[in-house]
Design a protein around this ligand. Sequence first.
Ligand code: UD1
Ligand code: CA
Length: 468
Amino acid sequence: MHAPVDVVILAAGKGTRMKSAVPKVLQRLAGRPLLGHVIGMARSLAARATVVVTGHGAEAVEAALPSLADGLPLRTVRQQPQLGTGHAVQQAMPWLADDGVTLVLSGDVPLTRPQTLAALLAAQAAGGPDALALLTVDLPDPHGYGRMVRNPAGAVLAIVEEKDATDEQRGITEVYSGILAAPTDRLRRWLARLDNRNAQGEYYLTDVVRYAVADGVPVVAHRVTDAVEVAGVNSCAQLAALERAYQQRVAQALMAQGVRLADPARLDVRGELVCGQDVEIDVNCVFEGRVVLGDGVRVGANCVIAHATVEAGAVIHPFTHIDGEAAGVVVGAQARVGPFARLRPGARLGPAVHVGNFVEIKNSTLAAGAKANHLAYLGDATVGERVNYGAGSITANYDGANKHRTVIEADVHVGSNCVLVAPVTLGAGGTVGAGSTITKDTPAGALTVARAKPVTIPNWRRPAKRKP
Ligand code: UD1
Ligand code: CA
Protein backbone atom coordinates (compact mmCIF):
# COMPACT_ATOMS: atom_id res chain seq x y z
CA MET A 1 0.00 0.00 0.00
CA HIS A 2 1.44 3.35 -1.12
CA ALA A 3 1.41 6.41 1.10
CA PRO A 4 -0.75 9.15 -0.41
CA VAL A 5 1.13 11.22 -3.01
CA ASP A 6 1.25 15.01 -2.80
CA VAL A 7 2.82 16.95 -5.65
CA VAL A 8 4.86 20.14 -5.51
CA ILE A 9 5.46 21.90 -8.82
CA LEU A 10 8.31 24.40 -8.84
CA ALA A 11 7.37 27.32 -11.05
CA ALA A 12 8.91 30.36 -9.39
CA GLY A 13 12.29 30.54 -11.13
CA LYS A 14 13.25 33.35 -13.42
CA GLY A 15 14.46 31.48 -16.48
CA THR A 16 17.01 34.22 -17.13
CA ARG A 17 18.42 32.50 -20.20
CA MET A 18 15.10 32.66 -22.09
CA LYS A 19 15.45 36.49 -22.18
CA SER A 20 11.66 36.77 -22.30
CA ALA A 21 9.07 38.94 -20.54
CA VAL A 22 6.88 35.82 -20.34
CA PRO A 23 7.69 33.58 -17.32
CA LYS A 24 9.56 30.46 -18.39
CA VAL A 25 6.89 28.01 -17.24
CA LEU A 26 4.39 29.74 -19.55
CA GLN A 27 6.58 29.30 -22.63
CA ARG A 28 4.84 26.95 -25.04
CA LEU A 29 5.73 23.43 -26.06
CA ALA A 30 3.44 21.76 -28.59
CA GLY A 31 1.06 24.70 -28.25
CA ARG A 32 0.73 24.39 -24.46
CA PRO A 33 2.59 26.17 -21.66
CA LEU A 34 5.31 24.04 -20.04
CA LEU A 35 3.40 24.26 -16.77
CA GLY A 36 0.32 22.78 -18.46
CA HIS A 37 2.32 19.67 -19.36
CA VAL A 38 3.57 19.35 -15.78
CA ILE A 39 0.09 19.82 -14.27
CA GLY A 40 -1.01 17.04 -16.65
CA MET A 41 1.48 14.74 -14.90
CA ALA A 42 -0.01 15.53 -11.48
CA ARG A 43 -3.45 14.78 -12.88
CA SER A 44 -2.38 11.43 -14.30
CA LEU A 45 -1.01 10.42 -10.87
CA ALA A 46 -4.28 11.22 -9.11
CA ALA A 47 -2.27 13.14 -6.51
CA ARG A 48 -3.95 13.95 -3.18
CA ALA A 49 -2.83 17.59 -3.18
CA THR A 50 -0.99 19.63 -5.78
CA VAL A 51 0.88 22.76 -4.74
CA VAL A 52 2.30 25.13 -7.35
CA VAL A 53 5.09 27.41 -6.16
CA THR A 54 4.98 30.73 -8.02
CA GLY A 55 7.28 33.70 -7.73
CA HIS A 56 8.84 35.23 -10.79
CA GLY A 57 5.92 36.50 -12.90
CA ALA A 58 3.53 35.14 -10.24
CA GLU A 59 0.56 37.23 -11.41
CA ALA A 60 0.84 35.93 -14.97
CA VAL A 61 1.41 32.35 -13.85
CA GLU A 62 -1.48 32.39 -11.36
CA ALA A 63 -3.78 33.98 -13.95
CA ALA A 64 -3.00 31.13 -16.33
CA LEU A 65 -3.53 28.40 -13.73
CA PRO A 66 -7.32 27.95 -13.85
CA SER A 67 -7.25 27.12 -17.55
CA LEU A 68 -4.14 24.94 -17.17
CA ALA A 69 -5.61 23.13 -14.14
CA ASP A 70 -8.77 22.29 -16.08
CA GLY A 71 -10.66 21.28 -12.94
CA LEU A 72 -7.74 19.80 -10.99
CA PRO A 73 -7.70 21.42 -7.53
CA LEU A 74 -4.45 23.35 -7.11
CA ARG A 75 -3.06 25.39 -4.28
CA THR A 76 -0.55 28.11 -5.06
CA VAL A 77 2.08 29.48 -2.73
CA ARG A 78 4.33 32.39 -3.50
CA GLN A 79 8.06 32.22 -3.09
CA GLN A 80 9.26 35.77 -2.63
CA PRO A 81 12.19 36.30 -3.23
CA GLN A 82 13.37 33.23 -5.14
CA LEU A 83 16.27 31.85 -3.14
CA GLY A 84 16.61 28.48 -4.84
CA THR A 85 14.79 25.20 -5.44
CA GLY A 86 15.12 24.08 -1.78
CA HIS A 87 13.70 27.39 -0.58
CA ALA A 88 10.87 26.94 -3.10
CA VAL A 89 9.89 23.53 -1.69
CA GLN A 90 10.08 24.98 1.85
CA GLN A 91 7.25 27.37 0.93
CA ALA A 92 5.00 24.44 0.02
CA MET A 93 5.64 22.38 3.16
CA PRO A 94 2.92 23.96 5.36
CA TRP A 95 0.34 22.57 2.91
CA LEU A 96 1.63 19.00 2.92
CA ALA A 97 0.59 16.39 5.49
CA ASP A 98 3.27 14.29 7.17
CA ASP A 99 1.70 10.94 6.28
CA GLY A 100 2.31 11.41 2.54
CA VAL A 101 5.08 11.09 0.00
CA THR A 102 6.00 14.36 -1.69
CA LEU A 103 6.78 14.25 -5.40
CA VAL A 104 8.67 17.33 -6.54
CA LEU A 105 8.25 18.24 -10.21
CA SER A 106 9.98 21.04 -12.08
CA GLY A 107 7.78 23.42 -14.00
CA ASP A 108 10.42 23.44 -16.74
CA VAL A 109 10.68 19.65 -17.24
CA PRO A 110 7.58 18.98 -19.36
CA LEU A 111 7.78 15.57 -21.03
CA THR A 112 8.11 12.99 -18.25
CA ARG A 113 5.79 10.04 -18.84
CA PRO A 114 3.26 9.16 -16.12
CA GLN A 115 4.60 5.57 -16.11
CA THR A 116 8.06 6.93 -15.29
CA LEU A 117 6.73 8.90 -12.32
CA ALA A 118 4.80 5.84 -11.15
CA ALA A 119 8.03 3.83 -11.39
CA LEU A 120 9.88 6.48 -9.37
CA LEU A 121 7.20 6.32 -6.66
CA ALA A 122 7.39 2.52 -6.70
CA ALA A 123 11.19 2.73 -6.32
CA GLN A 124 10.70 5.08 -3.37
CA ALA A 125 8.26 2.69 -1.73
CA ALA A 126 10.54 -0.29 -2.39
CA GLY A 127 13.42 1.55 -0.67
CA GLY A 128 11.51 1.56 2.61
CA PRO A 129 9.28 4.11 4.31
CA ASP A 130 12.11 6.65 4.72
CA ALA A 131 13.74 6.32 1.30
CA LEU A 132 14.54 9.25 -0.96
CA ALA A 133 14.12 8.50 -4.68
CA LEU A 134 15.71 10.56 -7.46
CA LEU A 135 14.95 10.45 -11.16
CA THR A 136 18.20 10.45 -13.13
CA VAL A 137 19.45 9.97 -16.68
CA ASP A 138 22.77 9.58 -18.50
CA LEU A 139 23.47 12.43 -20.87
CA PRO A 140 26.29 12.52 -23.41
CA ASP A 141 26.40 16.27 -22.72
CA PRO A 142 25.56 16.75 -19.03
CA HIS A 143 26.46 20.46 -19.07
CA GLY A 144 24.31 22.61 -16.78
CA TYR A 145 22.74 19.73 -14.84
CA GLY A 146 23.38 18.55 -11.28
CA ARG A 147 25.69 15.49 -11.33
CA MET A 148 25.01 12.27 -9.43
CA VAL A 149 28.02 11.58 -7.20
CA ARG A 150 28.30 7.93 -6.19
CA ASN A 151 30.83 6.00 -4.12
CA PRO A 152 32.93 3.24 -5.72
CA ALA A 153 30.26 0.71 -4.74
CA GLY A 154 27.71 2.74 -6.70
CA ALA A 155 25.73 4.15 -3.75
CA VAL A 156 24.49 7.72 -4.23
CA LEU A 157 26.36 10.22 -2.04
CA ALA A 158 25.26 13.63 -3.29
CA ILE A 159 24.09 15.80 -6.16
CA VAL A 160 26.61 18.46 -7.15
CA GLU A 161 25.51 21.42 -9.23
CA GLU A 162 27.52 22.29 -12.36
CA LYS A 163 28.79 25.52 -10.81
CA ASP A 164 29.95 23.79 -7.62
CA ALA A 165 31.44 20.74 -9.30
CA THR A 166 35.13 19.86 -9.51
CA ASP A 167 36.53 19.08 -12.96
CA GLU A 168 36.35 15.41 -12.08
CA GLN A 169 32.68 15.68 -11.05
CA ARG A 170 31.87 17.55 -14.27
CA GLY A 171 32.96 14.40 -16.07
CA ILE A 172 30.03 12.49 -14.52
CA THR A 173 27.36 11.87 -17.13
CA GLU A 174 24.57 10.73 -14.82
CA VAL A 175 22.48 13.82 -13.98
CA TYR A 176 19.58 14.65 -11.70
CA SER A 177 16.33 15.37 -13.56
CA GLY A 178 14.88 17.87 -11.08
CA ILE A 179 12.30 15.28 -10.01
CA LEU A 180 12.38 13.46 -6.65
CA ALA A 181 10.08 11.65 -4.25
CA ALA A 182 10.52 11.63 -0.47
CA PRO A 183 8.45 10.91 2.64
CA THR A 184 7.03 14.29 3.61
CA ASP A 185 7.99 14.19 7.29
CA ARG A 186 11.63 13.40 6.40
CA LEU A 187 11.71 16.02 3.65
CA ARG A 188 10.42 18.66 6.04
CA ARG A 189 13.31 17.99 8.45
CA TRP A 190 15.94 17.91 5.69
CA LEU A 191 14.69 21.19 4.22
CA ALA A 192 14.98 22.86 7.64
CA ARG A 193 18.72 22.10 7.55
CA LEU A 194 19.49 23.71 4.17
CA ASP A 195 22.02 26.49 3.84
CA ASN A 196 23.11 28.61 0.90
CA ARG A 197 26.88 28.20 1.16
CA ASN A 198 27.48 27.34 -2.51
CA ALA A 199 28.56 28.91 -5.79
CA GLN A 200 25.11 30.42 -6.48
CA GLY A 201 24.27 31.47 -2.90
CA GLU A 202 21.00 29.51 -3.20
CA TYR A 203 19.14 27.00 -1.05
CA TYR A 204 19.49 23.88 -3.20
CA LEU A 205 16.82 21.19 -2.99
CA THR A 206 19.53 18.81 -4.17
CA ASP A 207 21.35 19.16 -0.83
CA VAL A 208 18.70 16.97 0.83
CA VAL A 209 20.57 14.03 -0.70
CA ARG A 210 23.56 14.73 1.54
CA TYR A 211 21.33 14.83 4.63
CA ALA A 212 19.58 11.61 3.68
CA VAL A 213 22.96 9.92 3.28
CA ALA A 214 24.13 11.38 6.61
CA ASP A 215 20.96 10.09 8.28
CA GLY A 216 21.59 6.63 6.89
CA VAL A 217 18.38 6.73 4.88
CA PRO A 218 18.31 4.74 1.60
CA VAL A 219 18.76 6.94 -1.49
CA VAL A 220 17.62 5.28 -4.69
CA ALA A 221 18.27 6.60 -8.16
CA HIS A 222 15.69 5.59 -10.73
CA ARG A 223 17.57 5.94 -14.00
CA VAL A 224 15.64 6.40 -17.25
CA THR A 225 17.13 5.90 -20.71
CA ASP A 226 15.17 8.49 -22.65
CA ALA A 227 16.71 11.93 -22.20
CA VAL A 228 13.62 13.63 -23.61
CA GLU A 229 11.64 12.53 -20.55
CA VAL A 230 13.81 14.52 -18.19
CA ALA A 231 15.04 17.33 -20.42
CA GLY A 232 14.70 20.73 -18.80
CA VAL A 233 14.02 23.95 -20.69
CA ASN A 234 16.51 26.65 -19.77
CA SER A 235 17.04 28.37 -23.12
CA CYS A 236 15.26 29.02 -26.41
CA ALA A 237 17.53 26.45 -28.05
CA GLN A 238 16.52 23.77 -25.53
CA LEU A 239 12.85 24.64 -25.98
CA ALA A 240 13.13 24.27 -29.75
CA ALA A 241 15.08 21.01 -29.46
CA LEU A 242 12.46 19.56 -27.13
CA GLU A 243 9.66 20.70 -29.44
CA ARG A 244 11.32 18.79 -32.31
CA ALA A 245 11.77 15.70 -30.14
CA TYR A 246 8.12 15.85 -29.13
CA GLN A 247 6.91 16.32 -32.72
CA GLN A 248 9.06 13.44 -33.90
CA ARG A 249 7.36 11.18 -31.34
CA VAL A 250 3.93 12.28 -32.45
CA ALA A 251 4.88 11.67 -36.09
CA GLN A 252 6.25 8.19 -35.33
CA ALA A 253 3.09 7.27 -33.43
CA LEU A 254 0.88 8.46 -36.31
CA MET A 255 2.89 6.51 -38.87
CA ALA A 256 2.83 3.39 -36.69
CA GLN A 257 -0.91 3.70 -36.80
CA GLY A 258 -0.88 3.89 -40.63
CA VAL A 259 -0.99 7.61 -41.34
CA ARG A 260 1.04 8.54 -44.45
CA LEU A 261 3.15 11.55 -43.65
CA ALA A 262 5.05 12.99 -46.63
CA ASP A 263 7.79 13.97 -44.17
CA PRO A 264 7.65 13.21 -40.43
CA ALA A 265 10.07 16.10 -39.84
CA ARG A 266 7.63 18.58 -41.31
CA LEU A 267 4.51 18.07 -39.20
CA ASP A 268 3.41 19.98 -36.10
CA VAL A 269 0.69 18.70 -33.80
CA ARG A 270 -0.19 21.16 -31.05
CA GLY A 271 -3.01 19.25 -29.45
CA GLU A 272 -4.64 15.96 -30.34
CA LEU A 273 -4.77 14.66 -33.91
CA VAL A 274 -7.08 11.67 -34.35
CA CYS A 275 -6.78 9.90 -37.72
CA GLY A 276 -8.82 7.18 -39.40
CA GLN A 277 -7.45 4.70 -41.91
CA ASP A 278 -5.49 5.77 -45.01
CA VAL A 279 -5.06 9.39 -44.07
CA GLU A 280 -2.42 11.27 -46.08
CA ILE A 281 -0.77 14.46 -44.87
CA ASP A 282 1.59 16.46 -47.06
CA VAL A 283 4.44 18.61 -45.73
CA ASN A 284 4.30 21.62 -43.39
CA CYS A 285 0.86 21.09 -41.90
CA VAL A 286 0.02 22.38 -38.42
CA PHE A 287 -2.78 20.87 -36.32
CA GLU A 288 -4.06 22.63 -33.22
CA GLY A 289 -6.52 21.62 -30.51
CA ARG A 290 -8.55 18.50 -31.24
CA VAL A 291 -8.63 17.64 -34.94
CA VAL A 292 -10.29 14.51 -36.31
CA LEU A 293 -9.47 13.29 -39.83
CA GLY A 294 -11.75 10.51 -41.10
CA ASP A 295 -10.82 7.54 -43.28
CA GLY A 296 -9.10 8.44 -46.53
CA VAL A 297 -8.82 12.16 -45.81
CA ARG A 298 -6.03 13.92 -47.70
CA VAL A 299 -4.47 17.14 -46.47
CA GLY A 300 -2.32 19.11 -48.91
CA ALA A 301 0.87 20.97 -48.11
CA ASN A 302 0.97 24.03 -45.85
CA CYS A 303 -2.44 23.74 -44.21
CA VAL A 304 -3.26 24.96 -40.71
CA ILE A 305 -6.17 23.03 -39.19
CA ALA A 306 -7.50 23.74 -35.68
CA HIS A 307 -10.52 22.51 -33.71
CA ALA A 308 -12.13 20.70 -36.65
CA THR A 309 -13.56 17.43 -37.89
CA VAL A 310 -12.92 16.37 -41.47
CA GLU A 311 -15.09 13.46 -42.51
CA ALA A 312 -14.17 10.45 -44.63
CA GLY A 313 -12.78 11.00 -48.10
CA ALA A 314 -12.62 14.78 -47.90
CA VAL A 315 -9.68 16.56 -49.52
CA ILE A 316 -8.12 19.70 -48.08
CA HIS A 317 -6.01 21.34 -50.78
CA PRO A 318 -2.78 23.25 -50.02
CA PHE A 319 -2.63 26.52 -48.08
CA THR A 320 -6.04 26.10 -46.46
CA HIS A 321 -6.65 27.65 -43.06
CA ILE A 322 -9.32 26.08 -40.85
CA ASP A 323 -9.92 27.27 -37.29
CA GLY A 324 -13.07 26.19 -35.49
CA GLU A 325 -12.10 27.80 -32.15
CA ALA A 326 -14.87 27.04 -29.61
CA ALA A 327 -17.66 26.50 -32.17
CA GLY A 328 -15.75 23.97 -34.28
CA VAL A 329 -15.70 23.33 -38.02
CA VAL A 330 -17.05 20.27 -39.82
CA VAL A 331 -16.00 19.33 -43.34
CA GLY A 332 -18.36 16.70 -44.71
CA ALA A 333 -17.51 13.43 -46.40
CA GLN A 334 -16.00 13.73 -49.89
CA ALA A 335 -15.94 17.53 -49.63
CA ARG A 336 -13.18 19.52 -51.36
CA VAL A 337 -11.73 22.58 -49.71
CA GLY A 338 -9.07 24.96 -51.02
CA PRO A 339 -6.47 25.71 -52.16
CA PHE A 340 -6.34 28.97 -50.18
CA ALA A 341 -9.71 28.56 -48.45
CA ARG A 342 -10.53 29.85 -44.99
CA LEU A 343 -13.05 28.11 -42.73
CA ARG A 344 -13.86 29.97 -39.53
CA PRO A 345 -15.80 29.01 -36.37
CA GLY A 346 -19.17 27.40 -37.04
CA ALA A 347 -18.49 26.53 -40.70
CA ARG A 348 -20.37 23.27 -41.35
CA LEU A 349 -19.93 21.77 -44.78
CA GLY A 350 -22.12 18.84 -45.75
CA PRO A 351 -21.12 15.92 -47.97
CA ALA A 352 -19.49 16.69 -51.33
CA VAL A 353 -19.46 20.44 -50.76
CA HIS A 354 -16.84 22.32 -52.79
CA VAL A 355 -15.15 25.40 -51.38
CA GLY A 356 -12.50 26.88 -53.62
CA ASN A 357 -9.76 29.48 -53.56
CA PHE A 358 -10.10 32.66 -51.53
CA VAL A 359 -13.46 31.68 -50.11
CA GLU A 360 -14.15 32.55 -46.47
CA ILE A 361 -16.92 30.79 -44.53
CA LYS A 362 -17.99 31.69 -41.00
CA ASN A 363 -20.90 30.39 -38.89
CA SER A 364 -22.62 28.96 -41.95
CA THR A 365 -24.07 25.63 -42.96
CA LEU A 366 -23.64 24.37 -46.53
CA ALA A 367 -25.85 21.39 -47.39
CA ALA A 368 -24.79 18.46 -49.58
CA GLY A 369 -23.34 19.34 -52.95
CA ALA A 370 -23.29 23.13 -52.46
CA LYS A 371 -20.45 24.96 -54.21
CA ALA A 372 -18.64 28.22 -53.58
CA ASN A 373 -15.64 27.93 -55.80
CA HIS A 374 -13.99 31.33 -56.06
CA LEU A 375 -13.43 34.56 -54.11
CA ALA A 376 -16.53 34.67 -51.94
CA TYR A 377 -17.77 35.25 -48.39
CA LEU A 378 -20.52 33.37 -46.58
CA GLY A 379 -21.18 34.55 -43.02
CA ASP A 380 -24.19 33.61 -40.87
CA ALA A 381 -25.76 31.81 -43.82
CA THR A 382 -27.81 28.66 -44.30
CA VAL A 383 -27.09 27.29 -47.76
CA GLY A 384 -29.26 24.55 -49.27
CA GLU A 385 -28.36 21.49 -51.29
CA ARG A 386 -26.68 21.98 -54.66
CA VAL A 387 -26.59 25.77 -54.37
CA ASN A 388 -24.03 27.39 -56.66
CA TYR A 389 -22.59 30.52 -55.11
CA GLY A 390 -20.80 32.71 -57.67
CA ALA A 391 -17.39 34.32 -57.65
CA GLY A 392 -17.12 37.62 -55.83
CA SER A 393 -20.45 37.24 -54.03
CA ILE A 394 -20.81 38.09 -50.37
CA THR A 395 -23.33 38.04 -47.57
CA ALA A 396 -23.61 41.50 -46.01
CA ASN A 397 -24.38 39.94 -42.64
CA TYR A 398 -23.42 42.81 -40.37
CA ASP A 399 -25.23 46.13 -40.28
CA GLY A 400 -22.68 47.74 -38.00
CA ALA A 401 -24.52 46.69 -34.83
CA ASN A 402 -26.10 43.26 -35.35
CA LYS A 403 -25.46 40.13 -37.37
CA HIS A 404 -28.29 38.79 -39.52
CA ARG A 405 -28.86 35.49 -41.31
CA THR A 406 -28.97 34.81 -45.00
CA VAL A 407 -30.97 31.78 -46.13
CA ILE A 408 -30.25 30.40 -49.60
CA GLU A 409 -32.64 27.57 -50.32
CA ALA A 410 -31.85 24.43 -52.32
CA ASP A 411 -30.74 24.69 -55.96
CA VAL A 412 -30.40 28.48 -56.00
CA HIS A 413 -27.78 29.91 -58.37
CA VAL A 414 -26.20 33.11 -57.12
CA GLY A 415 -24.38 34.84 -59.99
CA SER A 416 -21.02 36.54 -59.71
CA ASN A 417 -20.46 39.66 -57.68
CA CYS A 418 -23.72 39.69 -55.74
CA VAL A 419 -24.33 41.32 -52.37
CA LEU A 420 -26.94 39.56 -50.23
CA VAL A 421 -28.02 42.07 -47.58
CA ALA A 422 -29.17 40.08 -44.54
CA PRO A 423 -31.66 39.26 -43.21
CA VAL A 424 -32.79 37.83 -46.54
CA THR A 425 -34.06 34.55 -48.00
CA LEU A 426 -33.53 33.39 -51.57
CA GLY A 427 -36.35 31.01 -52.55
CA ALA A 428 -35.58 27.49 -53.75
CA GLY A 429 -34.47 26.99 -57.33
CA GLY A 430 -34.20 30.71 -58.02
CA THR A 431 -31.42 32.53 -59.85
CA VAL A 432 -29.85 35.82 -58.87
CA GLY A 433 -28.32 37.73 -61.78
CA ALA A 434 -24.68 38.74 -61.65
CA GLY A 435 -23.97 42.01 -59.91
CA SER A 436 -27.26 42.08 -57.97
CA THR A 437 -27.67 43.67 -54.58
CA ILE A 438 -30.45 41.70 -52.89
CA THR A 439 -32.20 43.48 -50.06
CA LYS A 440 -35.58 41.68 -50.20
CA ASP A 441 -36.54 38.00 -50.21
CA THR A 442 -36.67 36.46 -53.68
CA PRO A 443 -39.43 34.09 -54.83
CA ALA A 444 -38.75 30.41 -55.50
CA GLY A 445 -37.95 29.49 -59.08
CA ALA A 446 -37.62 33.13 -60.25
CA LEU A 447 -34.80 35.08 -61.88
CA THR A 448 -34.03 38.19 -59.84
CA VAL A 449 -31.77 40.92 -61.14
CA ALA A 450 -31.27 43.92 -58.87
CA ARG A 451 -28.58 46.25 -60.17
CA ALA A 452 -28.16 49.98 -59.90
CA LYS A 453 -29.26 51.70 -63.13
CA PRO A 454 -26.25 52.35 -65.35
CA VAL A 455 -25.32 56.02 -65.54
CA THR A 456 -23.43 57.32 -68.55
CA ILE A 457 -22.17 60.89 -68.76
CA PRO A 458 -21.11 61.72 -72.31
CA ASN A 459 -17.97 63.80 -73.03
CA TRP A 460 -16.86 63.59 -69.43
CA ARG A 461 -13.38 64.85 -68.61
CA ARG A 462 -11.34 63.62 -65.76
CA PRO A 463 -10.47 66.52 -63.40
CA ALA A 464 -6.96 67.83 -64.07
CA LYS A 465 -4.25 66.85 -61.59
CA ARG A 466 -3.46 69.61 -59.14
CA LYS A 467 0.10 70.95 -59.22
CA PRO A 468 1.84 70.15 -55.93
C1 UD1 B 1 17.90 22.03 -11.23
C2 UD1 B 1 18.68 21.16 -10.24
C3 UD1 B 1 19.70 20.34 -11.02
C4 UD1 B 1 19.00 19.52 -12.08
C5 UD1 B 1 18.15 20.41 -12.98
C6 UD1 B 1 17.30 19.54 -13.88
C7 UD1 B 1 18.79 22.33 -8.13
C8 UD1 B 1 19.63 23.14 -7.22
N1 UD1 B 1 19.34 21.97 -9.29
O1 UD1 B 1 18.84 22.93 -11.80
O2 UD1 B 1 20.41 19.49 -10.16
O3 UD1 B 1 19.95 18.82 -12.86
O4 UD1 B 1 17.25 21.21 -12.20
O5 UD1 B 1 16.53 20.28 -14.78
O6 UD1 B 1 17.66 22.01 -7.78
N2 UD1 B 1 12.63 27.38 -9.09
C9 UD1 B 1 11.83 27.95 -8.13
N3 UD1 B 1 12.36 28.82 -7.23
C10 UD1 B 1 13.69 29.12 -7.21
C11 UD1 B 1 14.53 28.53 -8.19
C12 UD1 B 1 13.97 27.66 -9.12
O7 UD1 B 1 10.63 27.70 -8.10
O8 UD1 B 1 14.10 29.90 -6.35
C13 UD1 B 1 12.04 26.45 -10.07
C14 UD1 B 1 12.22 26.90 -11.50
O9 UD1 B 1 11.09 27.68 -11.92
C15 UD1 B 1 12.28 25.58 -12.25
C16 UD1 B 1 12.85 24.61 -11.24
O10 UD1 B 1 12.68 25.20 -9.98
O11 UD1 B 1 10.99 25.14 -12.63
C17 UD1 B 1 14.34 24.34 -11.48
O12 UD1 B 1 15.03 25.57 -11.38
P1 UD1 B 1 16.22 25.94 -12.35
O13 UD1 B 1 16.75 27.27 -11.97
O14 UD1 B 1 15.85 25.72 -13.76
O15 UD1 B 1 17.29 24.84 -11.88
P2 UD1 B 1 18.44 24.21 -12.71
O16 UD1 B 1 19.62 25.10 -12.69
O17 UD1 B 1 17.94 23.77 -14.02
CA1 CA C 1 16.07 23.99 -15.14
